[in-house]
Ligand binder design. Structure first.
Ligand code: ADP
Ligand code: ASP
Ligand code: MG
Length: 300
């Protein structure tokens, strides 16, 4: 089993979303695949702004409408590419999520504040809808999908906005043996549950960590982080033009780079991979043939 995580920029529009879907499909045909998805780019920021602005009784319509538009654009494009894609069904799911958000925002506006518990349930909706759209994409292609629901199967400890996953208990709940070999596995990033069964988040940028946790639970052969650069560089290649690509790094080097701010992987990504020595590969969705960077236990 290979775990492939796609970040927001890799899911931002129909072209990129479909590229990500095809990479999961290719991996699935080679060796069963599990896709872990972030929200499409900009969505989480809109969702965060919605509850914060509602608590201050500020206008929220622009964030609300722009967020819905991003989803409509993706599903319209996916349907244009394959008319078997369930446009009406996915649109109904998007509308239902946003109708719920609207109700919550009204309550937040009345209360003049937002509890973390409620904020968590709003901020994670982008991931949930990414999974709904990806499931519809695979079903339109005739595949059968197994959804790992992180709000039931990833047990975490900590606060509502930044919790840490209990890998042993989550491994039991994910129960790899119960997943049919033909199934394409999908799981929303960024989310888990606490011991009361309530939804919690894994912190901003936490979908990399979600992927690592799922890789550990499934004892995957690799955890692939698909993003918008060719791999891990000596420093941010968008800020430093002569940054060097690192073809291979040790777990320790990757941890150090991410703790010192290399946003390309979340600092908590390596932890769950270490005990089983699962390699982590960073790849570019827009340049999939580039080798990327491999992070593993070999001291370089
Ligand atoms: P995603 O949406 O796929 O999770 P992120 O924006 O979180 O992507 O991370 C990718 C970005 O990380 C790159 O676009 C790059 O600008 C930034 N980055 C920062 N430091 C590094 C680094 N050392 N190597 C590669 N990318 C880096
Ligand atoms: N969508 C979440 C965020 O923007 C999680 C992630 O993308 O990793 O923080
Ligand atoms: Mg990221």
């Amino acid at each position: 089993m290979r775990v492939l995580k796609f970040g927001g920029t890799s899911l931002a529009n129909p072209e990129r979303f479909s590229q990500a879907a095809k990479l999961i499909e290719k991996a699935h045909l080679e060796e069963q695949a599990a896709g872990v998805l972030s929200a499409p780019a900009k969505i989480t920021n809109h969702l965060v702004a919605l509850s914060e602005k509602a608590a201050l009784n500020q206008p929220t319509d622009t964030h609300f409408n722009e967020a819905i538009e991003i989803f409509y654009n993706i599903i319209n494009g996916l349907h244009a590419e394959n008319n078997k894609f369930d446009l009406a069904g996915t649109k109904a799911l998007i509308d239902a999520e946003f109708a719920q958000i609207k109700g919550l925002l009204e309550e937040i506006r009345q209360a003049g504040k937002v509890e973390d518990k409620v904020k968590a349930t709003i901020d994670c909706r982008g991931e949930k809808l990414s999974i709904a759209m990806m499931k519809a994409w695979f079903e339109a292609r005739g595949y059968s999908v197994h959804i790992v629901d992180p709000v039931k199967q990833l047990l975490a400890q900590g606060g509502y906005l930044e919790s840490s996953v209990d890998i042993d208990e989550s491994t039991k709940r994910v129960d790899a043996k119960s997943i049919g070999k033909d199934k394409v596995v999908l799981m929303a990033g960024f989310t888990a549950c606490n011991d009361k069964g309530e939804l919690v988040l894994l912190g901003r940028n936490g979908s990399d960590y979600s992927a690592a946790c799922l890789a550990a639970c499934l004892d995957a052969s690799v955890c692939e982080i698909w993003t918008d650069v060719d791999g891990v560089y000596t420093c941010d290649p968008r800020l430093v033009p002569d940054a060097r690509l690192l073809p291979s790094l040790s777990y320790r080097e990757a941890m150090e780079l991410s703790y010192f701010g290399a946003k390309v992987i979340h600092p908590r990504t390596i932890g769950p991979l270490l005990p089983k020595q699962i390699p982590c590969v960073i790849k570019n969705t827009g340049n999939s043939s580039a080798p990327g960077s491999i992070i593993d236990g070999h001291v370089k």
